[in-house]
Design a protein around this ligand. Structure first.
Ligand code: NAD
Length: 495
């Protein structure tokens, strides 16, 4: 048996094991076999990493940099990501099962977050206030929050880290990242690039281990000023409660059950591709999956026939291969969860028109694959329509008119994303206003950008990532009052 690669945490610019010496294995979802060991960090490593990040905030090279110099470092990091994209992609495909094609696109694009926020670093301006008191000069400064704990999920580790890291560093914070225990490797490899970019040691640290252990220790740590979390709704609510005890700032990017609404007046070929991209891209393991396909009754049957025909052509297999379109599920618990939902859908009376089982095609080897799955006859109150499956499982729900489409679209606890397919300019402008979601795509799906704010309504989260405002998620405002009066007035009254 091939020897397992030994991964190490990254604290204060050094590669370290857990003090306990404990590790766990990371598995390759395509082969089903372990390929690396990961340190099982706990409270001791959380303490150490936070202490290092706290020190780096106020001493050493980082606080001495001008905002322009911080921006240069971020842009250099962006260049290094672009230069090392292939290596990082290979690590991710091996550890996560993400498609090489998807990783190539993501890693070609991720540098933009570092260029954009690097450019923004020296444009964070305070204001001189037109204060209503004589002999007083009053101004505001936007200052970093302090140590930011970043907790990321397994589905897109580097992209979701970039969304947090670029604005946090541009704002001058220091960082401790804990990637998912299922996919720690890419974030650990990314640390090499942070070091090569010349970002001072201690500013960026990576610890590894389980959410309930080192994750919990970070969230409850007294010296962590903010928790930036992406993950499931249940863990997010728990993180929010834990952070509340220390009155920490929190941003949460959580789950979704996004409606992708197809009106009868749509361009059908495009809408079919939009539905496919919404649920089968990234094997449906995305928070923005368009997992509820709402189709207007008059075109329902024709649309489903075209959708099934297209979905049948999806190539499954080795995620390293450029031809593969649907890869394995990333984790065993997730694989079991998806298969469990297939039982739920059947028991609830949904009609399976495609898939509905694990995939046992020869090209899937020993990997954790499930067949692209489509259910029709779904009622929006069924569990398969209300709960996040996080896999390639689509629920098709018919609707009569605009009002019913909006009503069904909004009838979930989530509000992350949504899609609208129509050729009517009236619908294209009016329906987005009525949908309770942080993102509405019209005649497209699954588009993101460093320029465009992203985040959830309702239980899909708190705060926004990307776009100019995202930097204020990592800043706090200080007001400075300077008196130019020659005499302090009556000390017993409010000035
Ligand atoms: P998860 O909630 O199980 O884990 C996410 C991270 O939180 C992991 O690093 C985990 O170790 C950590 N964690 C778990 N419990 C913790 C605790 N008590 N304290 C501190 N940390 C803890 O989620 P997952 O299964 O890794 O990811 C899938 C979920 O993420 C889905 O629900 C998906 O919708 C969501 N997601 C959301 C977005 C978004 O931007 N809105 C993006 C991607 C994924």
């Amino acid at each position: 048996m091939a020897e397992l690669e030994k991964l190490q945490m990254y604290i204060d610019g050094e590669r370290v094991d857990a003090a306990s010496g404990e590790t766990f294995e990371s598995l390759n979802p395509y082969t089903g076999k372990a390929w690396a060991t990961v340190p099982r960090g706990g409270a001791e490593e959380a303490d150490r990493a936070v202490a290092v990040a706290k020190r780096a905030l106020t001493s050493g090279d980082w606080p001495a940099l001008t905002a322009t110099q911080r921006g240069h470092l971020l842009r250099r990091l962006g260049d290094l990501i672009a230069e090392n994209a292939q290596r990082l992609a290979e690590v991710e495909v091996q550890d996560n099962g993400k498609l090489m094609a998807e990783m190539g696109m993501q890693l070609g694009y991720i540098p933009q977050w570092f260029y954009y926020f690097g450019g923004l670093a020296d444009k964070i301006e305070g204001a001189v206030l037109p204060i209503d008191k004589p002999d007083t000069f009053t101004y505001t400064r936007h200052e970093p929050l302090g140590v930011v704990a970043m907790i990321t999920p397994w589905n897109s580790p580097i992209l979701l880290l970039a969304w947090k890291l670029a604005p946090a560093l541009a704002a001058g914070n220091t960082v401790v990242v804990k990637p998912s225990e299922f996919t720690s490797a890419s974030t650990l490899a990314f640390a090499d690039l942070v070091e090569q970019a010349g970002i001072p040691r201690g500013v960026f640290n990576v610890v590894t281990g389980y959410g309930a252990e080192i994750g919990e220790a970070l969230v409850s740590h007294d010296d962590v000023a903010k928790v930036a979390f992406t993950g499931g709704a249940q863990s997010g609510a728990h993180v929010y409660q834990t952070a509340a005890a220390g009155l920490k700032k929190v941003s949460l990017e959580l789950g979704g059950k996004s409606p992708n609404i197809v009106f009868a007046d749509c361009d059908m070929e495009n809408a079919v591709k939009g539905a496919i991209s919404g649920i089968f891209a990234a094997t449906g393991q995305t928070c923005i999956a368009g997992s509820r396909l709402l189709v207007q009754e008059s075109i329902h049957n024709e649309f489903v026939d075209k959708l099934v025909a297209f979905a049948k052509t999806a190539q499954m297999g080795d995620p390293m291969s450029a031809d593969t379109q649907v890869g394995p599920v990333t984790t065993i618990p997730q694989y079991e969860k998806i298969l469990g939902y297939m039982d739920v859908a059947r028991d609830d009376g949904a009609e399976c028109v495609l898939g509905g089982t694990k995939a046992e095609r020869p090209e899937c080897g020993d990997g954790w694959f499930v067949e692209p799955t489509i259910y029709t006859g779904v009622n929006n109150s069924m569990r398969i329509a209300q709960e996040e499956v996080f896999g390639p499982v689509l629920s098709v729900i018919p609707f009569k008119d605009d009002d019913e489409a909006v009503e069904i679209a909004n009838d979930v606890i989530y509000g992350l994303a949504s899609g609208v397919w129509t050729s009517s300019i009236r619908r294209a402008m009016e329906i987005p206003k009525r949908i309770q979601a942080g993102t509405v795509w019209v005649n497209t799906y699954r588009a993101v950008s460093y320029v465009a704010p992203f985040g959830g309504y309702k239980r899909s989260g708190l705060g926004r990532e990307s776009g100019q405002d995202a930097i204020f998620e990592y800043l706090q405002t200080k007001t400075v009052w300077v008196s130019t009066a020659t005499e302090v007035p009556d000390p017993f009254v409010l000035r």
